[in-house]
Design a binder for this molecule. Structure first.
Ligand SMILES: NC(=O)C1=CN([C@@H]2O[C@H](COP(=O)(O)OP(=O)(O)OC[C@H]3O[C@@H](n4cnc5c(N)ncnc54)[C@H](OP(=O)(O)O)[C@@H]3O)[C@@H](O)[C@H]2O)C=CC1
Ligand SMILES: O=C(O)CCC(=O)C(=O)O
Length: 444
C-alpha cells in the first residue's frame, strides 16, 4: 500500500466519527501524492505525514455561563494547536452549534497550509465552541466569551497562539474576549486579531477575507485571459466573508445577484445592495427576509438555491460542504467559468472534481480565503511595533499577498505537470514550506 493510502487509513482509524477531518486530510494528501511518492522512503522513515496529521496539542474544556434569567448553561470549548513549524499557531474561533472536535481539526489542518501560502510566519490552529450567539443578548454573549477566555487564556499568547474570528465570532465577541484576557493575564498584547480599531485592531481586517477572495479571483481570471468586470456572480452566505466579497466584486465591476443565510436566499436582479445587507446583518443582526423591505424588486426563497442561478462566477462564502455535485452540475450547465472558495471546504470533493473536469477554474479556500489570516498577521506585525498602518497600506499588502498566492499555486501546479489544477498547486505550495521547516527542526 502506498504511504499516502496508509496514512489516510490511519487517520480514519485514529479519529473515528470525524468525517470533515477525514475529508480535509484526504483532499490534501491525495493531491500531494506526486510530491510524496517522489520522497516516499524518506518521508515514511521520518513519519512525516503521521506528524503532519496529528495535532501538536488539543484542548477541550467546559464553558459554564449564566443567561439573563439566571439559568446556567454549559458549552464545550476547543482549541487545537495543530502545527507551529513556521510560526505561532494562528486561526479563528468558530461559535456555532455544529462545532465539535472533528470540525475544529479539519479547520486547523487546512489552516496549516493556508497560513504557509500567505508567506507570513504563522502556524496552524483553530478553536471554538458549540455556543450559538444567534438570538442571545449582548450580556449573554459577554458572559459566554468571558467564561470561554477564562480557560483559553492559559494556552494562548501573542508569541504562542493568536486566535481570531470565524463563523459566529465577530468584533463584538473578540472585544469581550480581549477584555477578559487582559484582565486575567494582565497583559496588553496582540493575543487576538480582528480587534476593534481603538484597541489594536488593523484597518482592512474586517474586509480582508472578502476583498482578498476577489483579488485572487481577479488574478486567476487574468492569468486565464478573462476580466472580472461585467461578470455576473452568485455568492452564498451573508456574513463577514460574503458581505465584503460582494462589496469588492461590485467595486471591480461585477454584478452579485445572490446572498444566503441558513434559512433562505435572496435573488436581486439589479445587484445586491451592500449598504442594505450591512444594515440587516451587521447592525440589526437580522435575517435575510428583511432584504425585500429595502429592495422590493428582489426575491426571497426559503431553503437552498443560490447555485441554480445563472452566473459566470460562483463564490461559496457560508460553510463547509455547501456546494454539492448537483450544484456543480447546475453551475456548469449555466455556463459558470470560475468558482473561488470564500468559506473553508465549501465544495465537496465530487463537486470539485466535476467542476475541474468541466473546465471551470477552481480556487480552493486555503488559497482564495487566505486574505483574512494574512491581514491578521499584518495586525500582529502592527501590534509588535506598536504602530498602525493606513487603510491603503494594508490593502496594498493584502492585494500583493493574494496575487502572489495565485501565481505560486499556478506555478506549483505547472511544475508538477498539473497545469491549471489549483487544488494540487495550492496544496503543494503550502506543503513545501511547512515540510522544509519541520525537517529543519528535527523530530518534534
Ligand atoms: N471571517 C474570516 O475572516 C474568515 C472566514 N472563513 C470562512 O468563511 C466562512 C464564513 O465565515 P464568516 O463569514 O466569517 O462567518 P459569519 O458568521 O459572519 O457568516 C456565516 C454565514 O454563513 C451562514 N452559515 C453558517 N453556517 C451555516 C450552515 N451550517 N448552513 C448554512 N449557512 C450557514 C450564516 O447564516 P446564518 O446567519 O443563518 O447562520 C452566515 O450567513 C466560514 O467557512 C469560515 O470558516 C475563512 C477565512 C477567514
Ligand atoms: O484571522 C485569522 O487568524 C484566522 C482566520 C480564519 O479562521 C481562517 O482563515 O479560516
Amino acid at each position: 500500500m502506498s504511504y499516502v493510502d496508509e496514512v489516510i487509513d490511519l487517520v480514519v482509524k485514529k479519529n473515528p466519527a470525524e468525517p470533515e477531518f477525514h475529508q480535509a486530510v484526504k483532499e490534501v494528501l491525495e493531491s500531494l501524492r506526486v510530491v510524496i511518492e517522489a520522497n516516499e522512503e524518506k518521508f515514511r522513515k521520518e513519519a512525516l505525514l503521521e506528524r503532519l496529521t496529528e495535532p501538536e496539542r488539543q484542548f477541550k474544556f467546559r464553558v459554564p455561563w449564566v443567561d439573563d434569567n439566571g439559568q446556567v448553561h454549559v458549552n464545550t470549548g476547543y482549541r487545537v494547536q495543530f502545527n507551529s513549524a513556521i510560526g505561532p499557531y494562528k486561526g479563528g474561533l468558530r461559535l456555532h452549534p455544529s462545532v465539535n472536535l472533528g470540525i475544529i481539526k479539519f479547520l486547523g489542518f487546512e489552516q496549516i497550509f493556508k497560513n504557509s501560502l500567505t508567506g507570513l510566519p504563522i502556524g496552524g490552529g483553530k478553536g471554538g465552541s458549540d455556543f450559538d450567539p444567534k438570538g442571545k443578548s449582548d450580556r449573554e454573549v459577554m458572559a459566554f466569551c468571558q467564561s470561554f477566555m477564562t480557560e483559553l487564556c492559559k494556552y494562548i499568547g501573542a508569541d504562542t497562539d493568536v486566535p481570531a474570528g470565524d463563523i459566529g465570532t465577530g468584533a463584538r465577541e473578540i472585544g469581550y474576549m480581549f477584555g477578559q484576557y487582559k484582565r486575567i493575564r494582565g497583559l496588553y498584547e496582540g493575543v487576538l486579531t480582528g480587534k476593534g480599531l481603538t484597541y489594536g485592531g488593523s484597518l482592512v481586517r474586517t474586509e480582508a477575507t472578502g476583498y482578498g477572495l476577489l483579488y485572487l479571483t481577479e488574478e486567476m481570471l487574468k492569468i486565464n485571459g478573462q476580466d472580472i468586470a461585467g461578470k455576473t456572480v452568485v455568492v452564498s452566505g451573508s456574513g463577514n466573508v460574503a458581505i465584503y466579497a460582494t462589496e469588492k466584486a461590485q467595486q471591480l465591476g461585477a454584478k452579485v445577484v445572490t446572498v444566503s443565510d441558513s434559512n433562505g436566499w435572496v435573488y436581486d436582479p439589479d445587484g445586491i445592495d451592500v449598504a442594505a445587507l450591512k444594515e440587516i446583518k451587521e447592525v440589526n443582526r437580522a435575517r435575510l427576509t428583511e432584504y425585500k423591505k429595502y429592495r422590493p424588486n428582489s426575491e426571497y426563497h426559503e431553503g437552498r438555491g443560490v447555485w441554480s442561478v445563472k452566473a459566470d462566477i460562483a463564490l461559496p462564502c457560508a460553510t463547509q460542504n455547501e456546494l454539492h455535485l448537483e450544484d456543480a452540475k447546475a453551475l456548469v450547465a449555466n455556463g459558470c467559468i470560475a468558482v473561488a472558495e470564500g468559506a473553508n471546504m465549501p465544495t465537496t470533493m465530487e463537486a470539485t472534481e466535476y467542476l475541474q473536469e468541466n473546465g471551470v477554474l477552481f480556487a480552493p479556500g486555503k488559497a482564495a480565503n487566505a486574505g483574512g489570516v494574512a491581514t491578521s498577521a499584518l495586525e500582529m506585525s502592527q501590534n509588535s511595533e506598536r504602530l498602525s498602518w493606513t487603510f491603503e497600506e494594508v490593502d496594498e499588502r493584502l492585494k500583493n499577498i493574494m496575487v502572489n498566492i495565485c501565481h505560486n499555486m499556478a506555478d506549483a501546479a505547472e511544475r508538477y505537470g498539473f497545469k491549471g489544477n489549483y487544488v494540487v498547486g495550492a496544496n503543494i505550495a503550502g506543503f513545501e514550506k511547512v515540510v522544509n521547516a519541520m525537517e529543519a527542526q528535527g523530530i518534534v
